[in-house]
Design a protein around this ligand. Structure first.
Ligand code: GDD
Length: 332
């Protein structure tokens, strides 16, 4: 049986990846930070599976990462642990450096010292491209990185460190340059979920919500896919013969405004303009204006492609959040 370690198991991607690996017959250990509030709520499908175990540790704590990787002797190590909110990274640049950059260095160093046969996946990001776009309007593996936030700078540094460890020490390590990926399990301060949660509460309140939805920049463009499709790409990347870094995205882009418009329409033909307010607090000091993947390489070489469309994603998130809000209303 293959044995995997997932750092960042309590997040959106960690929960979907756990389900995928357990379905494939893996033994899965998930790293969890100690917290005074419950953080396991996304793991409802796996928490009682006998092949799944939570281990306490922190990616930014070198001692715990060294011990866990030495003890575990895993076949595959996925590092998805991150402070992943781009806007917050402007307010907490040191925290991002410790978690997103030095955290990955801890993992690489632990594998090099204690468990070199591990295959390793690092969660890179399309934020690494920042303002950089190919002449054809897409971003692919050849597009130069030009990060526009403390988060993206730390991710680029970690991505480069993966390459350096691979080329210097022969580690079987790669990173995915993943474009935005969402789901009903998305954190509530990311754009998509913030919008669908509001729509759910609006409908559950019979349109009596006192506050409008406060948003920032509506004019940026994102390539939005479904997290379930994207964790499949992570796993596929670790099954190839040699470690290669791939761009993963849907190859289609939509503006924030289009997302908001579509979500409000799905929530009963609502006109978003009546319910939103632009609040400068949510406008970032520096924005990534346009992201659109050219993921032809992973499609050609590994046969990956997304199965869930943009419209299906929006619809799933809105209907999920209407149900959640109605349940909350009953409960209250
Ligand atoms: N979060 C948020 N909140 N974003 C807003 C808001 C708001 O109120 N209003 C407008 N936006 C805009 C942001 O400025 C950004 O242009 C876009 O909506 C998407 O923001 P997020 O959902 O926060 O995601 P992101 O694109 O910054 O980053 C996500 O995708 C990256 C991959 O491209 C995160 O998941 C990153 O961790 C990931 O690396």
């Amino acid at each position: 049986m293959n044995k995997a370690l997932i750092l960042g198991v309590t997040g959106q991607d960690g929960s979907y990846l756990s389900e995928l690996l357990l379905d494939k017959g893996y033994i899965v250990d998930g790293l969890m930070r100690r917290s005074s509030v419950p953080t396991c709520y996304r793991l409802y499908n796996v928490i009682s599976n006998p092949n799944f175990k939570i281990i306490e540790g922190d990616v930014s704590d070198t001692a715990s990462i060294f011990r866990i990787i030495d003890d575990g002797q895993y076949d595959e190590v996925y590092n998805l642990a991150a402070m992943s909110h781009v806007g917050s990274s402007f307010f907490q640049p040191y925290a991002v450096a410790y978690i997103d950059y030095l955290g990955e260095l801890n993992v690489l160093e632990a594998i090099r010292k204690y468990s070199p046969p591990n295959r390793h996946y690092f969660a890179g990001t399309s934020e690494s491209f920042g303002s950089s776009i190919n002449k054809d309007g897409f971003q692919n593996e050849l597009t130069p990185f030009l990060p526009n936030s403390p988060y993206a700078v730390c991710k680029v540094a970690a991505e480069m460190m993966v390459r350096v460890y691979r080329e210097s020490y022969g580690l079987w390590a790669c990173y995915g340059i993943l474009f935005n990926h969402e789901s009903p399990r998305r954190g509530e301060n990311f754009l998509t979920r913030k919008v669908t949660r509001y729509i759910g509460r609006l409908i559950a309140s019979d349109f009596q919500l006192p506050e409008k939805l406060q948003l920032g920049n509506l004019n940026s463009f994102r390539d939005w896919g479904h997290a379930q499709d994207f964790v499949r790409a992570m796993w596929m990347m670790l099954q190839q013969d040699k470690p290669i870094d791939y761009v993963v995205g849907t190859n289609k882009t939509h503006s924030v405004k289009e997302f908001v418009e579509r979500a409000f329409q799905y929530g009963g033909g609502l006109d978003y303009k009546e319910y939103i307010e632009i609040n400068p607090e949510f406008i970032r000091p520096l924005e990534v204006p346009f992201l659109c993947a050219d993921s032809s390489r992973i499609r050609l070489e590994l046969g990956w492609k997304p199965e869930i469309t943009f419209d299906e994603l929006v619809d799933e998130m809105v209907s999920h959040d209407i149900k959640v809000a109605l349940k909350e209303k009953d409960y209250n």
